[in-house]
Design a protein around this ligand. Structure first.
Ligand code: PMP
Length: 442
């Protein structure tokens, strides 16, 4: 309505007065959202949208279990982790119980130690510090086209040109950027490219060692989230981890986006590749919007931090965030959300692939579960990114009641990372809306 768009204009102007120009926003003119319920958002005019982008709200918006946990705990106690209270150990044990057992032939130490912080950036920052102190080395190898956070260290390993067009030219000298193993548009294309990308990573590791700056760690997302939800080529991660470990480095899996049941067929992204990392970073869906982040690693690696003094985060692991974290895990299990991600994700992939048969603009459909990307290209051979088309399609989808936005440094991938409670009806409605836009034009 007119009144609603006037209200949104006022709010946008107000925000522009107080926000940095660097602060990102969705759309030129974002809708003014008043409430969320499950996988829906409702704006101030009463208009409801299907929310396909809020991967932080894993359980869905307005979850009563989370609301009750906050309400109950904040009335009883919220203090810091220097005190004893039951929720900290209880939540940490629950997190550890989510890890797959390490195969007898898999190198590495038991993942038995948890450090709790408040965001993904903090988790990545801490993981890098742990790797550096545990190995006594400095260099971190990160993949091109990745996003890992905004703090000084997590930004240093962020290589995506979307976030910073000069990213590659401006990384600090302790960061080495390795090629991104994107078999759809990278250096090597097609099947059987995993070993070739891993061999190139091995050559990088050799070169770093020869230069006297051997790698402390290799950091990557277990599925390339910020490249568009691109699955790693078969064999890449196992081969890469083996090479990193042979070179004396540690393997860090950034599971901030991909972890926590979103893949459907596995709880963690790294399970897709049959590996177990040395350090895992987690955040986003842990608190369903409540700020929680964490690092899971071995006791030896976590204890190495003591050589640098004490570690403490004022809100990290407090009773409130632990109770929220436990409520999230309870709800995920009770509502079968990982299984729902598997079933509804497969339904969406089928729908998008059917559309691809009729609409040449749709290139590869990436990902699995509810961690998907629909890549739009002007030509399937040259893979020329259809970025302007993608932006216009997102605008039109919004008019049709679907919130979808673009991702990747080419901004040509429709990011499909909805709350895990997405229903079959809503999934079908999203596919039908995209079909309509591609048929009618935008
Ligand atoms: N790692 C990955 C893979 C991410 O996607 C993000 C957030 N987009 C972060 C780290 C940083 O998390 P946060 O925004 O909670 O600091």
């Amino acid at each position: 309505s007119r009144a609603g768009s006037d209200e949104a204009s006022v709010e946008l102007a107000r925000r522009e007065r107080i926000f940095s120009r660097a602060q990102e926003r969705y759309y030129e003119r974002p809708p003014q959202i008043e409430r969320g319920w499950r996988h829906h958002l409702v704006d101030t005019t009463g208009r409801a949208y299907i929310d396909m982008v809020n991967n932080v709200s894993g359980l869905g918006h307005g979850h009563p279990g989370v609301a009750d946990a906050v309400d109950r705990q904040i009335r009883i106690l919220n203090t810091n982790s220097r005190f004893l209270y039951r929720a900290l150990a209880e939540y940490s044990e629950r997190l550890l119980a989510l890890l797959p057992p390490r195969r007898p032939d898999e190198p590495g130490e038991p993942l038995d130690t948890v450090l709790l912080v408040n965001s993904g950036s903090e988790a990545v920052d801490l993981a890098l510090r742990l790797a550096q102190v545990a190995t006594g080395r400095k260099t971190v190898v990160a993949l091109r086209e990745a996003y890992h956070g905004w703090t000084m260290a997590s930004d240093a390993v962020t290589t995506s040109a979307y976030d910073n067009p000069d990213a590659l030219a401006t990384r600090p000298d302790w960061v080495h950027v390795a090629d991104v193993p994107n078999r759809f548009r990278g250096t090597y294309r097609g099947e059987h490219t995993g070993p070739r990308y891993a061999a190139d990573l091995g050559a990088d590791l050799d070169r770093l060692a020869a230069q006297g700056r051997p790698a402390a760690a290799f950091l990557c997302e277990s599925v390339l989230g910020n490249a568009g939800g691109v699955l790693l080529p078969d064999g890449y991660l196992a081969d890469a981890y083996a090479r990193v470990r042979a070179a004396g480095g540690l393997c860090i899996a950034d599971e901030v986006q991909v972890g926590f049941g979103r893949m459907g067929s596995s709880f963690w992204g790294f399970e897709q590749s049959g590996v177990v990392p040395d350090i895992i970073t987690i955040a986003k869906p842990m608190g369903n919007g409540f700020p929680i982040g964490g690092v899971i690693t071995s006791r030896r690696i976590a204890d190495a931090l003591a050589t640098q003094g004490q570690f403490f985060s004022s809100a990290g692991g407090n009773p409130l965030s632990c109770r929220v974290g436990i409520a999230v895990l309870d709800a995920m299990a009770a509502e079968g959300l990982q299984e729902n991600a598997r079933v509804i994700g497969a339904r969406l992939v089928r729908g998008f692939r059917d559309l691809a048969a009729r609409h040449p603009l749709i290139g590869p459909v990436h990902g699995e579960g509810l961690y998907l990307g629909v890549e739009l290209v002007r030509d399937r051979d040259s893979m020329e990114p259809a970025a302007a088309e993608a932006a216009a399609i997102c605008e039109r989808l919004r008019e049709l009641g679907v919130i979808v936005l673009t991702t990747s440094e080419r901004s040509n991938v429709l990011k499909i990372k909805p709350p895990l409670c997405l229903t079959a009806d809503s999934a079908d409605a999203v596919v039908a809306a995209l079909d309509r836009v591609l048929t009618e034009g935008w």
